[in-house]
Design a binder for this molecule. Sequence first.
Ligand SMILES: NC(=O)c1ccc[n+]([C@@H]2O[C@H](COP(=O)([O-])OP(=O)(O)OC[C@H]3O[C@@H](n4cnc5c(N)ncnc54)[C@H](OP(=O)(O)O)[C@@H]3O)[C@@H](O)[C@H]2O)c1
Length: 332
Amino acid sequence: MEFRHLGRSGLMVSEISYGNWLTHGSQVEEDAAKQCVQAALDEGITTFDTADVYAGTKAEAVLGRALKGVRRESLEIFTKVYWPTGAGPNDRGLSRKHITESINASLRRLQTDYVDLYQAHRFDVETPLEETLKTFDDLVRQGKVLYVGVSEWTAGQIAEALKIADEMGFDRIVSNQPQYSMLWRVIETEVVPLSEREGVGQIVWSPIAQGVLTGKYLPGRQPPEGSRATDPGGSAMISRYMKDDVLTRVQELKPIAADLGLSMAQLAVAWVLQNPNVSSAIVGATRPEQVRDNVKAAGVKLGAEVLARIDDVLGPIVERDPSKTVSPEARP
Ligand SMILES: NC(=O)c1ccc[n+]([C@@H]2O[C@H](COP(=O)([O-])OP(=O)(O)OC[C@H]3O[C@@H](n4cnc5c(N)ncnc54)[C@H](OP(=O)(O)O)[C@@H]3O)[C@@H](O)[C@H]2O)c1
């Protein structure tokens, strides 16, 4: 495994992280979840990403049990707050009340005294930014949270948060967690340049486009049994990519991966890691073999000619529009 700094902070994270959205507490049984976590640890992954909302809070509890007994100092545990965790109006968003209650519940489920990184899962238009940032800063001072970050915030939102933090002496955001893959490059024109200037690292999600970039979904064919595209919880999110023009072009990446001696998943993960502003690529997995496959992307260098071949193959199906980085217009 290779390690990178989380943004400009002193914290080192594994270049490849393991995340448990849609899998733990939902798509896969607890035994399979534990096997994936064990495979991640065996392969040198030290960074684990979850969220209070995943599987209706069950995912954090599964991860807490799977990591039980592992030396805490050898792990970086990340979680998030924003999406609803209950039915009430205060069971969501980034108010002082919800953040304070949510971190305490996350720590209990994760069976730890602190998380290494606490992330605002989206921007909350219904809470003053000062209130959120002051609460995050308080959590850092209380030792419940070591670093703070955000997820899917625009360049403007990140810049505003950094300005307030600098003016008020609050702890600064060190990371952003955006979707980023060969197919989804919307952070490249605004979020990445701002983040490079400000020392914010990207911890990117769905680097394999939820499995699509493995090439296992064939155009005009039913998805393989047991894959995310057949999962009741996961099929809506992946549907964006389940189109023949996308799936056909993804098949054309196979010779590029083969020429490099890489699997398709490894090529996809290696691709996001070529961006120096990326601190870590969070991969998901339903089986330990997938973790063992994906992790071999660590340290792989792709030359300019390979990157150009990939761009030629994917052409117009790559999404680059920065306005696709959005948070809900009202609290969900
Ligand atoms: N901040 C946010 O808003 C946000 C949003 C989404 C995700 N995330 C984070 O990012 C993490 C990763 O997201 P993701 O799960 O969408 O990432 P991903 O790595 O792009 O997709 C993972 C899925 O692809 C399939 N897969 C992975 N490796 C494979 C391989 N080698 N061969 C065949 N299939 C393979 C598996 O699904 P099947 O076996 O079911 O096909 C696996 O669950 C999440 O767990 C979460 O921590 C954050």
